[in-house]
Design a protein around this ligand. Structure first.
Ligand SMILES: C[S@@+](CC[C@H](N)C(=O)[O-])C[C@H]1O[C@@H](n2cnc3c(N)ncnc32)[C@H](O)[C@@H]1O
Length: 211
């Protein structure tokens, strides 16, 4: 895909997001991941790490609301949904979504999330968190992998059989993160959504069915 086509595609998702009321075109990356892997199946309690400006939170809320109606059976379901978004940056409020301004690599952040859960667990953890890119592809992918490994410390807050989605950059250190997730999930896949810019080396690792 040439530069003009890539820019055109980004522009298209941007316009679509504006029209449909999503805060960022990233929303369509999550819709694409959902379409492919059904990560929101029976997801009621959801943690979104690196959520600003909040389009993934908007998408998560949509699916959690649908799930309350869809899954009223004898299998796993909950009476209400609970969505928590955390970011270094301030996020404008979203009705029925909880927001915390936290640095996820700090122990105090994990403690705050643990208190929020009050002994419960999440059904789904999402992370679109991204380091500030320096332009040096090699050191950026090392830093992003280190951030991912820290974020994976939250796995103990995920229920058994729960799902996890995390953004990583392609490169040498991708393997470290992939390996760490492989041990923890029955099914693991890396996926680049259509809405993800071809110019970007971002890719998502999807872990389904936590062991
Ligand atoms: C690509 S944006 C997320 C976009 C979001 N998924 C959406 O759809 O609106 C990445 C976010 O990760 C956040 N982030 C990066 N490092 C973080 C950290 N250590 N703790 C918390 N948030 C972090 C950044 O502040 C930034 O807002």
């Amino acid at each position: 895909m040439d530069k003009n086509t890539t820019n055109h595609k980004n522009e298209q998702f941007y316009t679509k997001a504006k029209k449909q009321g999503y805060r960022a075109r990233s929303a369509y990356k999550l819709f694409d991941i959902q379409k492919k892997y059904n990560i929101f199946k029976r997801a009621f309690y959801i943690l979104d790490i690196g959520s600003a400006p909040g389009s993934w939170l908007q998408v998560a809320k949509k699916f959690a609301e649908e799930n309350l109606i869809k899954y009223q059976d004898n299998h796993y379901h909950r009476k209400d949904y609970k969505i928590l978004g955390v970011d270094l940056k301030k996020i404008s409020p979203i009705e029925h979504v909880d927001i915390m301004r936290l640095e996820i690599t700090k122990i105090s952040a994990i403690e705050a999330i643990q208190n929020y859960l009050a002994g419960d667990k999440f059904d789904l953890i999402l992370s679109d968190a991204s380091i500030k890119k320096s332009g040096n592809k090699f050191s950026d992918q090392v830093k992003q992998a280190n951030l991912c490994l820290k974020i994976l410390d939250t796995i103990y807050l995920l229920k058994s059989k729960g799902n996890f989605v995390i953004k990583i950059f392609q490169g040498e250190d991708f393997k470290r993160v992939h390996r760490s997730m492989k041990d923890k999930f029955h099914f693991i896949k890396s996926y680049k959504p259509t809405a993800s810019s071809k110019k970007s080396n971002e890719i998502y690792i999807i872990g389904l069915n936590k062991k």
